[in-house]
Write a protein that binds this ligand. Structure first.
Ligand code: F6R
Length: 366
């Protein structure tokens, strides 16, 4: 039931504060993540983990790419991320003491399942599934599971499954950092407090809806768009580009902003909007000079940033103001406006938002 919403996708976007809350519930203790949430044998197992291999497809793959920044920066664990369709068919050199992590909304994606089945004979310590469906092949066949509690996702374009995956992956980062002693106690406490506030912050981010709806018309006649981000915002940009492609059928490509000069700048003109996620962090000054390069070539910018980033609305720059959030959680918050952007562009163009052409909700064949 779509309730008051015109589409399931819009309903699911608005459910995010609630389902993020649910995914956190019972998993946070006093200043710590509860490692038992990953299963009774998790503490002993996590203590041995020296490497992580993440495998997933599509949106779930983007969640894995963001987790890599977290696992390496916060928990100090080397991490590799790969799409399942590639992982399953290549000769992989497995690092000793590696944990194999799959991410999937449905738990039935053929390539992800095949990768898990291959991994069983490859010498991994154990497998962990981050999954939204409790009764699924992926959960059944994995050693450990952490369920995302997003509830059924009906819209083909994944929204609330993605943000709850990110929450689950942050819990994994904190749990591994805690057990291995590689994350400072104070830092974990701070992140746990910020996670508790996250549902409210997501609610604030949803308030940009009206501002984004006004941008939809501008995009509707465009054929190409570029999405830029740096650091963990690069996969956020990838996810934003995927959403726009899927439901509005506008070609969208994501680039790490530092790569602009190495090719894509040649494409920039006033007909190609450049969408940028720019939370204030240590990379924002570099990002701002990338944006100037775009402006200098007549490119039109759509920027999502908080007040501290020092980016202003003006000629050729449409700024959407975001609430400020601790940098580690910014990828979760900045996903919201990009979901809303693709949604409103699709509605404006009149596409079938919940059932995009040629796509299936669960890809159970290769
Ligand atoms: C994008 C989308 C797909 C899925 C992908 C993996 O909006 O929904 O890219 O993310 O097919 O599906 P799961 O997560 O079920 O394994």
């Amino acid at each position: 039931d779509k309730g008051e919403y015109r589409h399931f996708m819009l309903k699911e976007i608005h459910e995010q504060p609630k389902v993020v809350q649910r995914t956190l519930e019972g998993r946070l203790g006093d200043g710590q993540v509860m490692v038992e949430a990953f299963g009774p044998q998790a503490a002993e197992l996590f203590a041995k983990v020296k490497n992580i291999q993440i495998v997933a497809c599509g949106t779930s793959f983007h969640a894995g790419m963001i987790a890599r920044y977290w696992l390496e920066e916060l928990a100090g664990i080397p991490c590799q991320v790969e799409v399942a369709s590639e992982f399953r068919y290549r000769k992989v050199m497995v690092q000793p003491d590696s944990l194999f992590v799959t991410i999937s909304q449905s738990g039935e994606t053929a390539d992800t399942l095949a990768a898990l089945r291959n991994a069983r004979n490859m010498g991994y310590l154990a497998s962990l599934a981050i999954c939204n469906v409790a009764i699924s092949s992926l959960v059944r066949e994995s050693d450990l599971t952490l369920l995302t509690l997003a509830g059924p996702e009906i819209g083909v374009a994944s929204t609330k499954a993605f943000t709850t995956q990110l929450v689950a992956l942050m819990l994994l980062t904190l749990a591994l950092g805690q057990v291995r002693g590689s994350l400072a106690v104070d830092k974990e406490r701070q992140l746990v407090e910020e996670l508790r506030r996250l549902p409210a912050r997501l609610g604030e981010a949803l308030a940009v809806n009206a501002a984004i709806e006004q941008l939809a018309e501008y995009f509707a006649d465009k054929n190409n768009t570029l999405f830029l981000g740096r650091g963990a915002q690069y996969p956020v940009a990838m996810e934003g580009a995927l959403k726009l492609k899927e439901i509005s059928y506008i070609h969208a490509e994501a680039y790490p902003a530092g790569e602009l000069k190495h090719g894509p700048l040649a494409l920039v003109d006033s007909d190609m909007p450049v969408v940028t996620v720019a939370p204030s962090n240590e990379l924002v000054e570099k990002l701002k000079s990338n944006l100037q390069e775009v402006r200098a070539r007549g490119g039109e910018l759509i920027v999502f940033a908080d007040g501290r980033a020092g980016i202003e609305n003006g000629e050729g720059t449409r700024l959407v103001n975001m609430p400020h959030i601790i940098d580690a959680l910014a990828p979760i918050l900045y996903t919201i406006p990009l979901q809303l952007l693709s949604y409103h562009v699709a509605v404006f163009k009149g596409t079938d938002v919940d059932q995009p052409r040629n796509l299936a909700k669960s890809v159970t064949v290769e």
